[in-house]
Ligand binder design. Structure first.
Ligand code: PMP
Length: 445
């Protein structure tokens, strides 16, 4: 892959921040090194000393004084090493990416921790998009993506999709406007990337089938597109086995994948991770160096639950700094068991919402059964645009949904859809909410 074709001048000009390089060097050095170099504050002056965090499985994450000092200190921009290696192992087990043993410049799989997957996405877009570039996505889509893309001045082309995600034939037709051979030129006007949410799409609840993914990946190869696989609902798939990801098919090193812990561990801690070809992930890390510097060390930190008196545990304690602690305590199996329990919850919630929809909305709306995620995408019959119905009348009736416009490439385009989320409401709230929505639709048509 010729990655330079994709990178903007701003991203190409990024150089390592010398202070960050020194900090990372210092943190990897043995205690015998006398460093007068760092600009890090002295953590003895910080007011927080220890923490004990109770976990749902009745264990605790203990953060002793030494570990707390590390948790409160600056750390590496890509993420703390022990969390990085845990996450790399996870990606290997879940996706077995073909690029794992490639040489760096050939697009070897690399990973970095991000402050939520949103940070990763935003930085990837800024790395790739020059004003005037063309990119492809299947709208309606996540407004956070659209809001990050619009100011960059790119042409956003909508690829038709249905409940199984992007329709490969439609993608092929769109791509036929270009000449694949142009990819060999230094400057080409080919689209740079295809962005999609492959599982439980926000807002549509659509999930791509494996066959479609394969066809889409082949088209990406033919037209030399990068594929941005934004997959925060990967762990919220209701049926097993989980679908193979684009990352698992990526023989070329053209897939950038964003994962998120927001739906399974915590959304407020702000932690996600970005996986993709090293030449591109390294550019994102350079950007992190000069923006957030790194995701909160405390969030990443791993403590251990052994007593402080145990020498071994003390050693482990200093070399492990909440998420990484938890993950190492759990291991992959414990993590995936937790994911299963989260999936059980969302599946029950989905089924409650589907029953309420059948009860109240049957003749008034259409929907499909989402195979993942937390959203039901509902098309109201006989309502050409849901904006006013939802933003005014529904509010008056004390029911809140998201009008479909919010997810359109052009937010002034009308939409007959509303997005209903089944994550937070109780069965009786879902039932009442749809009863109110049904009354509103009847009044409107
Ligand atoms: N992508 C999609 C499709 C989302 O729905 C969300 C969150 N709603 C994000 C990215 C951002 O997630 P995070 O909390 O990991 O930043």
């Amino acid at each position: 892959m010729n990655y330079s074709r994709f990178i903007t001048a701003v991203s190409a000009a990024r150089k390592a921040s010398p202070i960050r390089v020194l900090t990372e060097l210092m943190q990897r050095s043995p205690p015998s090194l006398i460093s007068l170099a760092g600009g890090a504050p002295n953590p003895n002056t910080f007011p927080f000393k220890t923490a004990s965090i109770a976990i749902g499985d009745r264990t605790t994450v203990e953060i002793g004084e030494e570990l707390m000092k590390r948790a409160l200190q600056y750390s590496a921009s890509a993420g703390i090493p022990e969390l990085l290696s845990w996450l790399k192992d996870l990606q290997k087990s879940l996706h077995n990416p073909p690029t794992i043993d490639y040489r760096a410049e050939e697009g070897q799989m690399e990973l970095c921790v991000t402050t939520g997957s949103q940070e990763g996405l935003c930085k990837v877009f800024e790395m790739l998009i020059n004003p005037g570039d063309t990119i492809l996505l299947d709208a309606p889509t996540y407004p956070g993506t659209l809001a990050a893309l619009r100011p960059l001045g790119c042409n956003i082309i909508n690829v038709p999709s249905d409940q199984h995600g992007i329709i490969p034939k439609a993608l092929k037709e769109i791509l036929s406007r270009w000449n694949a051979e142009d990819a060999k030129k230094l400057t080409s006007n080919l689209p740079k990337f295809l962005y999609t949410i492959p599982n439980g799409g926000n807002p549509t609840g659509a999930s791509l089938t494996t066959d479609r993914k394969k066809e889409i990946y082949q088209l990406a190869r033919q037209y030399d597109l990068l594929v941005i696989e934004d997959d925060p609902y990967y762990f919220l798939q209701f049926n097993k086995p989980w679908a193979p990801t684009f990352l698992s098919m990526d023989t070329d090193g053209r897939v950038i994948r964003t994962d998120s812990f927001s739906k399974i561990l915590s959304s407020g801690l702000r932690i996600g991770f970005l996986t993709g070809p090293k030449p591109l992930i390294d550019r994102v890390i350079l950007h992190i160096q000069v923006s957030t510097m790194h995701t909160s060390t405390f969030t990443q930190v791993r403590a251990i639950k052994f007593p402080e008196t145990d020498l071994l545990s003390k050693l482990v304690c200093v070399c492990h700094i909440m998420i990484a602690q938890l993950l190492q305590q759990w291991g992959q199996k414990g993590f995936l068991d937790h994911v299963d329990s989260v999936v059980d919850f969302y599946k029950q919630q989905r089924d409650v919402m589907l029953r309420a929809a059948d009860k109240w909305l049957k003749d008034l709306a259409d929907w499909h059964i989402p195979a993942a995620g937390m959203f039901l995408w509902i098309k109201l019959k006989g309502v050409s645009d849901t904006q006013e119905l939802i933003m005014k009348k529904a509010l008056e009736k004390q029911v809140l949904l998201v009008p479909g416009r919010a997810f359109n490439i052009n937010s002034s385009d009308p939409s007959s859809y509303v997005r209903a989320s089944f994550s937070l409401s109780s069965p009786s709230q879902i039932d009442q909410g749809f009863q109110r929505l049904a009354a509103l639709i009847r009044e409107a048509v």
